[in-house]
Design a protein around this ligand. Structure first.
Ligand SMILES: Cc1cc2nc3c(=O)[nH]c(=O)nc-3n(C[C@H](O)[C@H](O)[C@H](O)COP(=O)(O)OP(=O)(O)OC[C@H]3O[C@@H](n4cnc5c(N)ncnc54)[C@H](O)[C@@H]3O)c2cc1C
Length: 448
C-alpha cells in the first residue's frame, strides 16, 4: 500500500539525462560540475530547480535525488488537496504562499493538461461549540482573499453533500484535488527541457569545500563544493540548495548547521472507502480543526482515480519514510527519543497523542469521528489504506514550527549553501509560489 499515491498513477517522468553530461545538454560546464545543485527531488526541490533553470538559462543545474524515482516521499504520499488558504494566519507567509500557490497550481495544470478537479470543500461544524471557530475560520479566509468562501446552513450542506450532517459549514468552492506526483514530474520535465540534469540514486552523504580543483579541470576553483553520495561518487558545484524534506535537518548538520530545528516524522494513515460506497462523498469534507494542533483533522477526500480516502490521522512514526505501522529504524527512533523537544511536545499533548495512537489501532474509534460527519458510514464500508509521513520541524521547547526555516551554517561553505529546513504543509499546493521565494533567496544570497 505504501506507494499508492505516488506510484499507482502513471508518471510522465523519464530520466533523459541520467548521466552528468553537460555537453549533451548544450551547457558550458565540464562534466560532473554544476553552477547549482539542488538536493531533493520532491515537489519543493523540483519546483525550485525548475524556477531557477527558467530564470537563468545560461547556468548549469542538477537535481540530486536519493531514490530511483522522483517525488516518492511526502510529494507522493499526501491527500492531493489543492488548498485554498483558509486556515493560515492572515498576513503570514504560509497564507500568502498557499493562496498564490493554489492559483498558480490551477494555471500550471491547465497549461500542461494535468487533470484536476475543482470539487470544492466543506468544513463542517457538527457541535454548537464549533460554530464560533468555524466563523473565525471564515473571517480568516476572507482576510486571506480566498475565493468564493461562504457560510452555509444545514439545508445547504445537504444540497451539496446529501449524506453529510452538520449544523453549519464553510463552503470553499475553490478547493480542488490533483495528483501531486504528476505535478512534480511535470516540473522535472520542464527542468530537463531547460537543460537541467536529474541524478537519481544519488544519496548525498557529504558536502565540503575543496582546496583542489577537479582532475584535469581548466577552470581552477570555479566549482569549490564537493558533494559525495553514499557510493563515494561525487559531483562539484558552485552553490547548493537543499530541499530534503524528512532529512532536511540531517543534511543541514552535515554542512555544519545547528541541529535544531529537528525533524520529527508524523505518520498519517488513511482509510479507504469501499468503491460501492464512494457515492457518499462528492467533494472534500473536513471537520472544524482543533486550533491547538497543526493537523486539519481526519477528512473525506475524493481522489483523482475516483476512490475516496479518509484521514489522515497523525501519529509519531518510528521511521522517517516508514509507511507501515511496524516500520522501525533504530537511528530514527534514537534520534527522535533522545530529543528533549519531542518529550516536551509529548507532555504538552499527552492525551491527544494517546487518542491518536488508540484511533490508529482501532478502526471503530476512527469510525466514530467519521460518523459525526457522515452517519451512514459503517465499519463494513472502510478498509485500511496507504499512509504518508510528514516532516514536522520541532524546536527544543517542543513547539511545532509552522513557518519556513532557511539556514546555511558556518564556515566557508555557508556562503554557498541554502538549506530549506522547513517547508511547512501545504507545500505541495504552494510549491510554485515557494519556488519563486526560494529562487529570490538564492539570487540574493549567491548574487546570481
Ligand atoms: C499525509 C500527508 C498529507 C498531506 N496532504 C497535503 C495536501 O493535501 N495538500 C498539500 O498541498 N500538501 C499536503 N501535504 C504536504 C505536502 O505533501 C508536503 O508539504 C510536500 O510534498 C513537501 O515536499 P518536499 O519536496 O519538501 O518533500 P519530499 O516530497 O519529502 O521530498 C524530499 C526529497 O528529498 C530526498 N532526499 C532526502 N534526503 C536526501 C539525500 N541525502 N540525498 C538526496 N536526496 C534526498 C527524498 O528522497 C525526497 O524525494 C501532506 C503531507 C502528508 C505527509
Amino acid at each position: 500500500m505504501e506507494s499508492e499515491e505516488g506510484c499507482c498513477e502513471e508518471g510522465r517522468y523519464h530520466p533523459t539525462l541520467q548521466g552528468d553530461d553537460n555537453a549533451a545538454a548544450g551547457k558550458a560546464a565540464p562534466s560532473g560540475t554544476f553552477d547549482i545543485a539542488v538536493i531533493g527531488g520532491g515537489i519543493v526541490g523540483l519546483a525550485s530547480a525548475r524556477e531557477l533553470s527558467l530564470r537563468h538559462p545560461s547556468l548549469v543545474f542538477a537535481v540530486l535525488e536519493k531514490e530511483k524515482e522522483l517525488a516518492l516521499h511526502q510529494s507522493g504520499h499526501n491527500s492531493g488537496v489543492i488548498h485554498s488558504g483558509i486556515y493560515y494566519k492572515p498576513g503570514s507567509l504560509k497564507a500568502k504562499l498557499c493562496v498564490e500557490g493554489a492559483i498558480l497550481c490551477y494555471e500550471y495544470c491547465d497549461q500542461k493538461g494535468i487533470p484536476y478537479k475543482q470539487c470544492g470543500k466543506l468544513i463542517v461544524a457538527v457541535e454548537h461549540e464549533e460554530i464560533p471557530r468555524l466563523k473565525a475560520l471564515y473571517e480568516r479566509g476572507i482576510q486571506n482573499n480566498v475565493r468564493g468562501l461562504k457560510l452555509i446552513t444545514s439545508k445547504e450542506i445537504q444540497a451539496k453533500e446529501p449524506y453529510c450532517r452538520g449544523l453549519m459549514a464553510l463552503d470553499s468552492p475553490y478547493t480542488g484535488i490533483v495528483n501531486y506526483r504528476q505535478v512534480a514530474l511535470a516540473y522535472a520535465e520542464d527542468f530537463q527541457a531547460a537543460g537541467g540534469t536529474v541524478l537519481t540514486e544519488f544519496e548525498v552523504e557529504e558536502m565540503e569545500m575543496t582546496k583542489e580543483s577537479a582532475d584535469g579541470s581548466k577552470e581552477g576553483m570555479k566549482y569549490p563544493i564537493v558533494v559525495r553520495n553514499s557510493k563515494g561518487k561525487e559531483v562539484r558545484c558552485r552553490h547548493l540548495v537543499s530541499c530534503a524534506g524528512l532529512y532536511s535537518d540531517r543534511l543541514s548538520q552535515i554542512s555544519g548547521c545547528h541541529p535544531e530545528p529537528r525533524i520529527v516524522p508524523f505518520r498519517g494513515d488513511y482509510l479507504v472507502l469501499k468503491p460501492e460506497k464512494c457515492y457518499l462523498v462528492r467533494g472534500n469534507i473536513y471537520p472544524v480543526p482543533d486550533p491547538r494542533f497543526p493537523f486539519l483533522g481526519i477528512h473525506f477526500t475524493p481522489r483523482m482515480d475516483g476512490s475516496v480516502w479518509l484521514g489522515p490521522n497523525a501519529v509519531l512514526a518510528f521511521k522517517r519514510e516508514g509507511y507501515k505501522f511496524y516500520d522501525f529504524s533504530i537511528q530514527d527512533f534514537m534520534d527522535a527519543t533522545a530529543y528533549s523537544g519531542l518529550w516536551k511536545l509529548v507532555l504538552k499533548n499527552f492525551s491527544y497523542g494517546m487518542g491518536e495512537m488508540y484511533r490508529a489501532c482501532f478502526l471503530n474509534a476512527q469510525l466514530k469521528q467519521l460518523q459525526k460527519i457522515i452517519p451512514e458510514v459503517t465499519i463494513n464500508d472502510i478498509q485500511r489504506g496507504p499512509a504518508g509521513v510528514r516532516a514536522q520541524a520541532l524546536d527544543n521547547d517542543g513547539n511545532l514550527i509552522d513557518d519556513f526555516v532557511f539556514d546555511s551554517g558556518t564556515g566557508d561553505i555557508a556562503a554557498r549553501i541554502l538549506h530549506v529546513r522547513n517547508a511547512p504543509s501545504p507545500a505541495a499546493t504552494s510549491s510554485l509560489a515557494i519556488a519563486k521565494m526560494i529562487a529570490n533567496e538564492v539570487e540574493q544570497r549567491f548574487e546570481l
